[in-house]
Write a protein that binds this ligand. Structure first.
Ligand SMILES: Cc1cc2nc3c(=O)[nH]c(=O)nc-3n(C[C@H](O)[C@H](O)[C@H](O)COP(=O)(O)O)c2cc1C
Length: 334
């Protein structure tokens, strides 16, 4: 497959155009570190709610997460969400001050908690309001501002091309489209063909296609059907943090990641597990780690999944990780 010119956002020349999607509660610093070991063109942080950032006393958890937003070796884009222009502008300034090199605005999240406050994908029902937020954020910071959206609110309101054209005119540096409507939530299949209407816009910024891309074959089809310049991977990287580098290698011959198997996989999972405990502390860490352990077990065909999820202490968990993951053969499971 022909690789297009590298995408440049401000001072950031992005690597191979396979990006990690923002996932609240998942793409935290430990997970981004696990992905970064293998490589990715861009990592997007968890979403930061503007209401959380502009309060005088953010919760401890929010503060810990915020502190870690911009850490790491690879370029990290920090995603912000909200429904009020002044708070979004202020949040953008705060995260820029923390070192964000790119700021992404969330207009794709379908969660009622988010859309109820008229943010996330609900903004696609009111493009004038959405543009007010975009203008405020673009005007507030020097770093490039990007935008992530869905195809529209529902099948009667497929306005991603209109939002994209207006965002382009407002100075947005890159667009990401998840090929579903808000009313689909995560049901059905992402429609990469429908993203083409955005790809066909004249003078548009770089475009990223997202939704249900999990391997080189689906990435190839998503590129061909959408006409996008990059792909973004979310759930497909759970339990397989090497998948972005693997796709880039299979599509364009970038250096092949060494996909860990047996003892090496047990090492990777143990290190990710310990990183989670260090980052969140033992109590919250145990809970956060469980979902990642489940995904590692599922994606790599490891036994002892139920035992791993039940283990009550770090020592017991680490011993089980060693037993479970030394028995895997990732290539066979892939
Ligand atoms: C648990 C979870 C949390 C998510 N959080 C966010 C978020 O904070 N911001 C956002 O723009 N999208 C969020 N998404 C959507 C993903 O970025 C992505 O658009 C979607 O999962 C489709 O891509 P995939 O099929 O590769 O997972 C989330 C998805 C999941 C499953």
């Amino acid at each position: 497959m022909q690789r297009s010119e590298p995408i440049i956002l401000g001072n950031n020349a992005l690597g191979a155009p396979v990006f990690l999607a923002p996932m609240a509660g998942i793409t935290d610093l430990p997970f981004r570190r696990a992905v970064a070991r293998f490589g990715a063109g861009l990592l997007v942080s968890e979403m930061v709610a503007s209401s959380e950032m502009v309060t005088p006393r953010p919760s401890t958890r929010a503060a810990v997460r915020a502190k870690a937003l911009t850490e790491g070796a690879l370029p990290v884009s920090v995603q912000i969400a909200g429904c009020e222009a002044a708070a979004m502008a202020e949040t953008a300034r705060i995260v820029e001050g923390m070192g964000a090199r790119i700021i992404d605005i969330n207009m794709g999240c379908p969660a009622k908690k988010v859309t109820g406050g008229l943010s996330g994908s609900a903004l696609m029902r009111d493009l004038d309001h959405a543009l007010g937020l975009i203008d405020a954020v673009v005007g507030a910071v020097d770093v490039p501002v990007t935008l992530k959206m869905r195809l529209g609110w529902d099948e009667t309101c497929l306005n991603a091309p209109e939002l994209s054209a207006r965002a382009r005119d407002a100075g947005v540096a890159m667009l990401t489209v998840h090929g579903r409507t808000r009313s689909q939530f995560y049901k059905g299949q992402a429609d990469w063909n429908a993203i083409r209407a955005v790809a066909d816009l004249p003078n548009r910024p770089p475009l990223v296609a997202n939704g249900d891309i999990v391997d080189a074959d689906s990435a190839r089809r998503a590129f061909a059907q959408s006409g996008a310049d990059a792909v973004m991977i979310g759930r497909g990287a759970q339990g397989r943090p090497w998948v972005l580098a693997q796709i880039a290698h299979q599509l364009w011959g970038t250096p092949a990641p060494v996909i860990p198997q047996g003892d090496a996989l047990a090492d990777l999972v143990s290190e990710h597990y310990e990183d989670i405990l260090d980052f969140y502390g033992p109590e919250l860490g145990l809970r956060v780690a469980r979902k990642h352990l489940g995904w590692y077990a599922e994606a790599n065909g490891a036994p002892l999944r139920a035992e791993l999820l039940r283990a009550a202490t770090p020592e017991a968990t680490l011993a089980l990780i060693r037993r479970a993951f030394t028995q895997t053969d990732t290539e066979a499971a892939a």
